[in-house]
Design a protein around this ligand. Sequence first.
Ligand code: CP3
Length: 345
Amino acid sequence: MILKNDLILRAAKGESIERYPVWLMRQAGRILPEYRAVRNSLSGFKELVETPQFAAEVTIQPVDILGVDAAIIFSDILVVPEAMGLEYQMIEKRGPWFEKTIKSEADLKYAEFDFDIEDRLGYVLEAIKLTNKELDGRVPLIGFAGAPWTIFCYMVEGSGSKTFSEARKMLYTNPKLAHDLLSRITKVTIQYLKAQIQAGAHMIQVFDSWAGILGTEQYAEFSLRYLNEIANAINEVPLTLFSKGAITSVGAIAKLNCNTVGLDWNMDIQAIRAEIGDSRTLQGNLDPCALYSSHAEVADLTNKMLNSFQSKRHIVNLGHGVYPDVDPEKVKTFINTVKEYEIKY
Ligand code: CP3
């Protein structure tokens, strides 16, 4: 299918663009009343994720309503640990919860890595196919997965956490088991991402949401090494690596075989551009809280960010997912400001 708007793919590859492309992490979600209506008509989050027809519907909502330059398939990074053998529940207002966790070698029976992706994650692949059919080439569709380190955090800890101290503990008490589990997650993730591409994903983003809880050396040993494996395996479509909080590792991430590096709002665009040059596209990085300010301020802050760009190699986004109580009208102001901005490169 021919894409009518391939701006984001061109920006990722460093090709010429008429304006900067823009989308938001977590754009398909609770900020939209239309999302909440679909979600409330179902038994819960998991039914939405597991029913391709509904997943496709909410994936397309931000394209219609907000006017973003890409769709991201509605799913969750936690479908991977579930496929490996750890079922999760999404508890209202508290977040994900796993009954079983990985704490010892014996628990690796809940971390299977040799299974048919279509068999256990076919609902995501089906949702990708259906979404593309309904999008009819309006914008590209982004596929995604969690980074092995971030998935490891949930598989060991069993829930969200401020410190993930159980997960980090294993890096000291049983690094061999940690590497065993990380290798298994990496194998499954590569197969899963390739299946998403096969099903029609036009680009891929890997979310390392808990990158920031490791120091530079541990990040290199327990995350970068596996991101490197993924980056070397995924060559079919442009790849974005987003390691939230990995301030001291951005240079190393940019050296991996990826097209785009995602930046959170604490990362300095100009300093990073000076360090890595023009060989990678940068994605981000307005503070999600900036969208709580007035419309005029949202426009000013967005223009200030755009003025800091010194290259065409940018994809505009927030520095992390949009917060659920942000006014969608403020999101539109952010998006429209980007669309009206005259690119200098
Ligand atoms: O629009 C999109 O970006 C696509 C959909 C998407 C979701 N989760 C839907 C979702 C994506 C890309 C994710 C990724 C994800 N999931 C990450 C990585 C990105 C990040 O934010 O750092 C992580 C860490 C998760 C795990 C997760 N899922 C948590 C911790 C929670 C609970 C916290 C919360 O926001 O409620 C979720 C639930 C979740 N995933 C929701 C959505 C829309 C909210 C649940 C609901 O609608 O009731």
